[in-house]
Design a protein around this ligand. Structure first.
Ligand code: NAD
Length: 265
């Protein structure tokens, strides 16, 4: 028996990067995992999950294609999870994106696009997951992906920082609202993680003149990390798993920093 045995866990933004690593960790721990993403390739990610974790699958994997900014698609994905596994017990609102712009150049479109996915998408995911958990009467766990950018405002990524501060406050609001339903709401804040998001960010920061050569931006962002390096997605998955497991039952409204000691708060 793993720590997540007989628990249904949905992870948004799990076609790659941090979300996929979390899905794999949940699966390894016995959870039934719904890999959910707007990228249709997520079906393949779910299909190959057993292979990735070395064939020791205690849980089962399936997938859902959704845009987290759509309430109807989020609801349909949750219905699919319940249809497949009988319940929804753990919801990771992890999908997120970033397109940097110099502070004075930030446009309404850039603001709306980032806030919509990283802010509204998390709110919708929390609401729809909570409604299902309340209907079940079983309680549950909601876990949101924040960031060091939810603790510090960085130039060049102002809307992203605002969206991640929003994730922190949504986590606190949700914890207060849902405690009576035995639902805990927590989050975690990665620092710099080597994923496709950062590969793209490195290119985009060069394009706006914020860095001059490939790898420079990620190296500069990582230079103050006390652990001496950027993270891998697997570095994040262990602490995320803790938040999904009964080991964290007495925690709610909290953000765990998983940043190698980048921002000390
Ligand atoms: N990589 C980092 O350094 C870092 C640091 C701090 C926080 N984060 C956060 O971690 C989370 C995951 O980041 P990552 O680095 O794995 O990114 P990634 O770009 O590698 O993966 C993000 C996934 O989210 C999906 N996605 C994006 N918009 C979506 C939408 N509207 N609906 C459904 N799916 C959508 C993408 O298709 C992709 O599969 C994000 O919330 C990100 O902001 C990342």
């Amino acid at each position: 028996m793993g720590r997540l045995s007989n628990r249904t866990c949905m992870v948004t933004g799990s076609a790659r990067g941090i979300g996929r690593a979390i899905g794999d960790a949940l699966l390894r721990e016995g959870g039934n995992v719904v890999y959910a993403d707007r990228d249709p390739g997520v079906s393949e990610v779910a299909a190959k999950a057993g292979e990735r974790i070395g064939g020791e699958t205690a849980g089962k994997a399936t997938f859902a294609v959704l845009d987290v900014t759509s309430r109807s698609e989020t609801r349909a994905a949750i219905e699919k999870a319940v249809g497949a596994f009988g319940s929804l017990d753990v919801m990771f609102n992890n999908a997120g994106l970033n397109t940097p712009m110099n502070f004075l150049d930030v446009t309404e479109e850039n603001w709306d696009m980032i806030m919509r996915v990283n802010g509204l998408g998390v709110l919708i995911g929390m609401q729809e997951a909570a409604k299902q958990m309340i209907a079940q009467g079983t309680g549950g766990k909601i876990i949101n992906t924040a960031s060091v950018a939810g603790r510090q405002g960085y130039d060049n990524i102002a809307p992203y920082c605002a969206s991640k501060f929003a994730v922190v406050s949504l986590t606190q609001s949700g914890a207060r609202a849902l405690a009576k339903n035995n639902i805990t709401v927590n989050g975690f804040a990665p620092g710099v993680v080597n994923t496709p998001l950062w590969e793209q960010l490195d290119k985009d920061l060069m394009a706006i003149g914020a860095s001059q050569r490939p790898g420079q931006a990620i190296a500069e962002f990582s230079s103050g990390i006390l652990r001496g390096r950027a993270a891998t997605p697997e570095d994040i998955a262990g602490s995320a798993l803790f938040l999904a497991s009964p080991d964290s039952d007495y925690m709610t409204g909290q953000i765990i920093m998983i940043d190698g000691g980048m921002v000390l708060v």
